[in-house]
Design a protein around this ligand. Sequence first.
Ligand code: SF4
Ligand code: SF4
Length: 77
Amino acid sequence: MAITIVKDFCKGCGFCIAYCPKKVYDLSEEMNKKGYRLPNPVRIEDCTECSLCDLYCPDFAIVLEKTKKKAEEKEVR
Ligand code: SF4
Ligand code: SF4
């Protein structure tokens, strides 16, 4: 999974951090222009590609790109 945080959309609500079942995100020290601290996907290797973080983000600030290998596996099924 490749995870991109659209920094200026984020309002620092922390939903992605709270709801990720694999605890992929930490809260970083980095702030966006609005002064909100941004989530940081530090444990990306633990991501199961469940997409919950994207679904729960109220501001469409998370862009997920599934890895080619897993995307191909799903197409086969
Ligand atoms: S896709 Fe699922 S496991 Fe991966 S970071 Fe988002 S909530 Fe966590
Ligand atoms: S759920 Fe969205 S708006 Fe909230 S902290 Fe995460 S990326 Fe930012």
